[in-house]
Design a protein around this ligand. Sequence first.
Ligand SMILES: CC(C)(COP(=O)(O)OP(=O)(O)OC[C@H]1O[C@@H](n2cnc3c(N)ncnc32)[C@H](O)[C@@H]1OP(=O)(O)O)[C@@H](O)C(=O)NCCC(=O)NCCS
Length: 176
Amino acid sequence: MSATEQIEVRRLGPADLQEHLDGLARVLADCVAGGASVSYMDPFSHEDARRAFEGFVAEAERGHRLVLAAFDDGELVGTVQGILALPPNQPHRGEIAKFLVRRSARGRGVARRLMEHAEDEARAEGKMLLVLEAVTGGDAARLYDRMGWTTVGVIPGYALYPDGRPCDTTVFWKSL
Ligand SMILES: CC(C)(COP(=O)(O)OP(=O)(O)OC[C@H]1O[C@@H](n2cnc3c(N)ncnc32)[C@H](O)[C@@H]1OP(=O)(O)O)[C@@H](O)C(=O)NCCC(=O)NCCS
C-alpha cells in the first residue's frame, strides 16, 4: 500500500467529533505554530485550539458545518471544514475553511484527499458552488489551482500571519 492509500479520510459525526476534539486541536495548534495564517495569532496553545474546535463542533452538531478528518494509521493528521449555513439567498453555496495538515504529514497528498472528499460531501449536501480564501502563493493556493479552482483575485494585506506580518489573500471558487 502506498503512503497515500493508507490515509483514511472521513466526515466526523457527532460522537466522532467529541472523541477527536484533542486530535483536531493538535492539528490546528501545530499549523499555527508553523506560521499558518488561519485566523489565529501567536501565542496559541492547545487549549486555545480546543476551544476553537468546540465552537466548530457545536456548529457541526447543528448541521451548519461539516468537519472531515484524515487518519494515518489511526492518528488524526489533517482536517477540513465546509460551512453550509449561509444566507437564505445562497442555499446552493458553501465555503471551505480550516484546511489543515500537521507538518509531519505534509507532502503526501493528505490535503488533496481531504479536499476531494469535502467536495463530495458538499455536493451530497446540495451545494453547487464553493468559495474559499488562501494565502496568495502559498502551499494551499497551489493545490487549489491544480484541483480546478478558479482565481477571483488577490486582496493585498487581507490577513495577518500569527507573528503579525500582513499577508495577501487570494479568493477562489469552484463549481461542483
Ligand atoms: C496547505 C496544506 C493543507 C497542504 O497539505 P499537504 O497534505 O501537504 O498537501 P499535499 O500533500 O496534497 O500537497 C502538497 C505538496 O506535496 C506534493 N505531493 C502530494 N502527494 C505527494 C506524494 N505522494 N509524493 C510527493 N509529493 C507529493 C503535492 O504535489 C504538493 O506539491 P507542491 O507543494 O509543490 O505544490 C498544508 O500545507 C497546511 O496545512 N498548511 C498550513 C495551513 C494552511 O495554510 N491551510 C490552508 C488555509 S487556506
